[in-house]
Design a protein around this ligand. Structure first.
Ligand code: C2E
Ligand code: MG
Ligand code: MG
Ligand code: MG
Length: 284
């Protein structure tokens, strides 16, 4: 009995948790100054038409080039930004930067932007997106907002209200990481998605696991009956793309076709065809 009390006492005060909270606070503060200092940037990963292998758009993925820590992964800082509330400001910066960048492209490709749960429950999001579209001049139908299922569970009615307003602006809504949430099917029933992105956990194993293959196959059938295009994430090998093409998956994204790249690297690609087709300008 004495022993169990002692154990409880240890659980009651855990200095390592205190330490973790301190580190999170420090990181949250560094994020604010990092945004001011221009340490954040967007990388862009191509999204591909599975039939033609042509680029149809890019997903913007946030990167933090920290002055001391080096490149910090989004999985490390996005959760901290969400907890501290800084995600609202950071997310708005991401939207504005991605839309401004896409507006300069010679080819009117789509730009997909990840939106966090807290942004989605903010009543101001549709107004913010509308203002960014006006200011950057980006055509609304080129913008796709990627949201995960977990960001929809908290307050479904509220999220639905915000999503409907966003769709009225003309932007598209994609369900990210499909299949990893608690109730993917009921989310499909409730929300008007324009795209389903199958999580890479399923794609990874399509060649080796009957279960994963069956899940991907049945998702493709389900989505096609609902008239929702599917994009398979995390396509890394020829085996993956062969399976997906055979099963009629319309869109893919993954290291096989391109890793997330800095802006300069894609600028040449998104303007290449346009430059080649543009008439020669007489220098005189
Ligand atoms: P996500 O939206 O599902 O993005 C796909 C992630 O998978 C990216 O990781 C990408 O680099 C990675 N990926 C793409 N193709 C492959 C592949 O073939 N193999 C493997 N192993 N990985 C691949 P990243 O950039 O580290 O981002 C991780 C997550 O962080 C994103 O998952 C998204 O949930 C979140 N995130 C990134 N940028 C933002 C942002 O601007 N705002 C918000 N709210 N979340 C973001
Ligand atoms: Mg995404
Ligand atoms: Mg995803
Ligand atoms: Mg993800």
């Amino acid at each position: 009995r004495a022993k169990s009390t002692a154990t409880n006492t240890i659980c009651f005060y855990d200095p390592s948790m205190d330490q973790m909270a301190r580190e999170r606070n420090a990181l949250a503060m560094e994020m604010r100054s990092g945004l001011q200092a221009g340490e954040f940037e967007l990388f862009y990963q191509p999204q591909i038409d599975a039939v033609t292998s042509k680029v149809i758009g890019y997903e913007a993925l946030l990167r933090w080039r920290h002055s001391r820590r080096g490149m910090v992964a989004p999985s490390e800082f996005i959760p901290v930004a969400e907890r501290s509330g800084f995600i609202a400001e950071l997310g708005e910066w991401v939207l504005r930067t991605a839309c401004a960048e896409a507006a300069t492209w010679g080819n009117p490709l789509c730009i997909a932007v990840n939106v966090a749960a807290q942004q989605l429950t903010d009543n101001k999001l549709p107004a913010i997106v509308g203002e960014i579209l006006t200011q950057t001049g980006l055509d609304a139908k080129r913008l796709e907002l990627e949201i995960t299922e977990s960001s929809l569970i908290a307050d479904q009615q509220h999220a639905l209200h915000v999503i409907r307003q966003l769709k009225r602006l003309g932007v598209k809504i994609a369900m990210d990481d499909y299949g990893t949430g608690y109730s993917s099917l009921s989310t499909l029933q409730t929300f008007p998605f324009d795209k389903i992105k199958i999580d890479r956990a399923f794609v990874e194993d399509v060649a080796s696991s009957r279960q994963s293959a069956a899940i991907v196959r049945s998702t493709l059938i389900l989505a096609s009956s609902l008239d929702i295009p599917v994009l398979a994430e995390g396509v890394e090998t020829e085996e993956h793309i062969d399976f997906l093409r055979r099963e009629g998956c319309p869109q893919v994204q993954g290291f096989l076709f391109g890793k997330p790249m800095p802006r300069d690297a894609i600028d040449a690609v998104v303007n290449r065809n346009v430059k080649a087709e543009a008439p020669e300008v007489d220098a005189a």
